[in-house]
Write a protein that binds this ligand. Structure first.
Ligand SMILES: [Zn+2]
Ligand SMILES: [Zn+2]
Length: 338
């Protein structure tokens, strides 16, 4: 099978032939058409995720048709279309047993410790998959775990966004941000989209953003417009925007961190969060329930995959460049059949 492979940390990916092993008892083989490129894939290549096993097929944005399955797989059939979590949960720990498998300490990540999605076929554990409703397109299915399901978890469950509340989304023009705008609107939020790329503003308005802010001092702009700031902030960038995002919160406001483009530590003004009673939470990935919810929102037309670029496997290194230099809006997809 042709795949893009990470042979060495900090080296460009290489297109090569990779053997496809047989699925284990509880695994399925999926035949994919599209996969997404996540910023985490770039961090993996650059060595920021120490558990990665080299050589590896990167990528964790997975959906496809079940082509083969192990003997112990139950509840799924050959030919069925499914979307996959970005990891294989253990299925036994306290988190897995209560449906919070995103917190499983034993989970194994596709594209990091198990071969991932940058090839036409991918082997995933049956505990990772959920059925895809008819009418949901491949791009939407592929982004339902890492992007839309993750954002439903972060904004809806962890962030607890209520109808009419203001939400600030940093990195709003990126692959996460363009979907966060849609989820926040679907949940009834008043969406303030922050992007450092003014040319993306029009597209963000079209996606539903009520306000688009491009200034560096976005916390001041928010405070001058709304007096007391936002109820919820989704931090999808990390270090470069963290402190100003924190300063954009109103008293009692919450920040949910889902992205970190720069692995260095941030400054945390403790006095500020005490005086304003702010809270900061991390939110990791999605559960199968979140993925089901995201797919349901998609099939009802409330959200859709936003991508302006689909590439071949051979173009993956230049796509990484585009993402690092913020030249891309929305998710870049790879057509793995090309
Ligand atoms: Zn991802
Ligand atoms: Zn577990």
């Amino acid at each position: 099978m042709k795949a893009a492979v990470l042979n060495a940390i900090k080296e460009p990916l290489v297109i090569r032939d990779m053997p496809l092993r047989e699925p284990n008892n509880d695994e399925v083989v999926l035949k994919q058409t599209l996969t997404g490129i996540c910023f985490r894939d770039i961090l993996t290549k650059d060595g920021f995720l120490p558990r990665v096993k080299i050589p590896i097929i990167p990528g964790h944005e997975i959906s496809g048709v079940i082509e083969a399955m192990g003997e112990k797989v139950e509840g799924f059939r050959i030919g069925q279309r499914v979307a996959s979590l970005i990891y294989a949960p253990c299925g036994k720990c306290e988190f897995c047993l209560r449906g919070e498998e995103n917190l499983c300490p034993h989970k194994e990540a596709y594209g990091e410790t198990r071969n991932g999605a940058y090839g036409e076929r991918v082997i995933v554990n049956s505990r990772s998959i959920v059925p895809v409703p008819d009418g949901v397109k491949d791009a939407d299915a592929t982004l339902s775990a890492c992007v839309t399901g993750m954002l439903y978890n972060a904004i809806g469950r962890v962030g607890g966004l209520k109808e009419g509340q203001r939400i600030l989304i940093s990195g709003a023009g990126g692959g996460v941000g363009v979907h966060a705008i849609q989820i926040a609107k679907a949940l009834g939020g008043y969406v303030i989209a922050k992007t450092s790329s003014p040319w993306k503003a029009e597209a963000l308005h079209r996606l539903g953003a009520d306000e688009v802010i491009t200034s560096e001092n976005f916390d001041r702009e928010i405070k001058s417009k709304f007096n007391d700031g936002v109820h919820l902030a989704l931090e999808a960038v990390g270090l470069p925007t963290f402190e100003r995002t924190l300063r954009s919160l109103r008293s009692g406001g919450r920040m949910v961190v889902v992205g970190n483009v720069n692995p260095e530590s941030v400054q945390l003004p403790l006095g500020l969060i005490i005086m304003k009673g702010n809270s900061i939470s991390g939110s990791i990935s999605s559960t199968r329930k979140d993925v089901e919810t995201a797919l349901d929102m998609t099939s009802k037309g409330k959200i859709h995959a936003y991508s302006e670029k689909t590439i071949s496997l051979e173009e993956v290194n230049s796509a990484y460049d585009d993402m690092q230099n913020r030249r891309a809006i929305g998710r870049i997809l790879i057509d793995v059949t090309r």
